[in-house]
Design a protein around this ligand. Structure first.
Ligand code: BTN
Length: 265
């Protein structure tokens, strides 16, 4: 198994600030929690927290994120996007998910896509997810922590405790039939994020490109939101990442958070 360490990560990194400060753990509760603590204590933008194992990995909507040790990329990146109002923070998640799908195809040749809002999918199955957590005061973003879990070298069918996920989840090695370098992926992800983040800061809007990579659009969908289930035709997304649904009574509804199921008609 390829070993992760501060030295091995720094060795091949070509970025200016993204991932230039690396905090590595063999095992930790949640890299997002560590990154948030560091953010509050003034850590610089671009700080990378990375672990081989999480004992309390967090997913979206209060769920857990599970990954056997050494199989995945489990990373959290600290941003200080003072140019973004908190309600525009999904733009940061958009550029990170675009950076990840690009890195997957650059390093492995696999075609990856995005399932609204933050899932990375390969061959229709979930290969990764992003959890963004914000710190804001007085309507201003102090920091954003973007956490990525990417299933790299893992066979869901072979892991007894994860077998039930095999129907909906996959990994890059499972799709390719060979192992993939986590380091090569990490370097490419960080480089892609840095470039896209600079362009976001310069005023570039990512939602058009993001929409073009979403598997969710132009389908009948059911969205399980914190307010209940909404159903309709996924027409598009707006600049802040909200899903625009045309409901069965012909009205348009803007959905900000939830889990999507594509419905066959
Ligand atoms: C999802 O629910 O799809 C988002 C999963 C995000 C998981 C990553 S793993 C690294 C980082 N630390 C965490 O505790 N969660 C994120």
């Amino acid at each position: 198994m390829e070993r992760l360490s501060v030295e091995s990560i720094e060795k091949g990194l070509t970025t200016t600030f993204m991932g230039r400060r690396v905090i590595y753990y063999r095992s930790i509760g949640s890299t997002n929690d560590v990154a948030r603590e560091l953010a509050v204590r003034g850590a610089p933008e671009g700080t990378l927290v990375i672990a081989d194992e999480q004992t309390a990995g967090k997913g979206r909507l209060g769920r857990r994120w599970l990954a056997p040790p050494g199989t995945s990329l489990l990373i959290s990146l600290l941003f200080r996007p003072h140019f973004l109002a908190p309600y525009k923070a999904q733009r940061l998640t958009m550029i990170c998910s675009l950076a990840v799908v690009d890195a997957i195809s650059e390093v492995t040749g696999l075609l990856a896509a995005i399932k609204w809002p933050n899932d990375i999918v390969v061959q229709g199955k979930k290969a990764g997810g992003i959890l963004t957590e914000l710190g804001a005061t007085g309507g201003r973003l102090d920091y954003a922590v973007v956490g990525l879990g990417l299933n790299v070298n893992l066979d869901f069918g072979a892991v007894e405790t994860m077998g039930e996920l095999a129907a909906t989840a996959t990994s890059l090695s499972q799709e390719l039939g060979r192992e993939v370098s986590r380091l090569a992926l990490l370097w490419r992800i960080l480089e892609n994020i840095e470039g896209r983040y600079q362009r976001l800061g310069a005023g570039e809007l990512p939602h058009g490109e993001w929409a073009s990579r979403l598997v969710t659009l132009h389908n009948h969908v059911m969205v399980d939101t914190p307010q209940g289930v909404v159903e309709g035709w996924a027409e598009g997304v707006d600049a802040d990442g909200a899903l625009i649904l045309r409901t069965n009574c012909g009205e348009c509804q803007r959905v900000l958070a939830g889990d999507v199921t594509l419905r066959k008609r």
